[in-house]
Design a protein around this ligand. Sequence first.
Ligand code: FAD
Ligand code: MG
Length: 300
Amino acid sequence: MRTAEFDVIVVGGSYAGLSAATQLARARRRVLVIDAGQRRNRYARHSHGFLGQDGSEGAAIAAEGRAQLMKYPTVRWQEGAATQATPHDGGFRVTLADGSAHHAQRLVLATGMADELPSIPGLAERWGSSVFHCPYCHGYELNQGRIGVLATSPHSFHHAMMLPDWGTVTLFLNGAFEPDAEQLGKLAARGVAIERTPVRAVSGTATVALQDGRATELDGLFVLSRLHSASPLAEALGCEMEEGPMGRYVRTDMMKATSVPGVYAAGDAARMAGSVAFAVADGAMAGAASHQSLIFGLPT
Ligand code: FAD
Ligand code: MG
């Protein structure tokens, strides 16, 4: 184990991975960050709700984090995708798409999630500019305007109940579910209008065209995307997963340790719903926990 090239390999060099690597770098540990450069929020220019960086560009927050990290002499950065991670000599061997491989005692997976949107023409093109999932991230900028919620599952009831704090809301059921009488009462009490005609397309800023030819002009449209692990590494390593309402994510304990000893997971990849703030917090925990496990050992 002493012969490992790195103490820790962090896969994913966005908010969670950068935060984990920063803790390890500050302990003068040898860290390799492998990153494919596909931040989940790359579709949105500005990021909101992260303390001290509210309204900054998502890319700028990550770039500054990376620049600060790379000042530490024990950190290496490798662009590219990690395609395989396997137990090796008491640690882990990580292989990249280009065939190169690296060995470390611990692994932090900060690989994020990928969003799957309903296949409605015009929707994907507006993702991050006028089509969003997170009201806290992008609701305020709609200035109490006209907001749509495009239902994708019964969980969209919760979405529709929240959004009246950000504007005037229409819930487009689009055949995804039918609220029961109690839910209809609650939606009515929140002032939510309900539209049952299926959605045909989205155009303009966020104009929703219906199958019957009618159209509703909106300032923004919210949709709960289906979430998929952006990388199969955790599952391939045998990490237990958690079934969330939007998709499966890696199960971790409070220290961000997965069910596989020596493997930690942080950020969107390991929580039901994510944000930059949560990713940074989880990353800090995974960084500190993986570091301390190098000193005190792993649970047996
Ligand atoms: P990510 O930022 O998704 O980064 C994961 C990184 O891992 C990527 O660079 C990826 O390329 C890399 N990676 C994955 N697999 C591999 C592999 N096998 N090998 C190498 N690298 C790999 N949150 C906010 O707080 N405020 C906002 O305003 C906001 N706006 C958003 C807007 C949109 C449109 C979306 C979709 C999300 C938004 N979010 C926002 C959520 C935010 O993007 C995520 O919570 C955050 O990016 C999670 O950080 P992360 O480090 O866990 O993952
Ligand atoms: Mg990351």
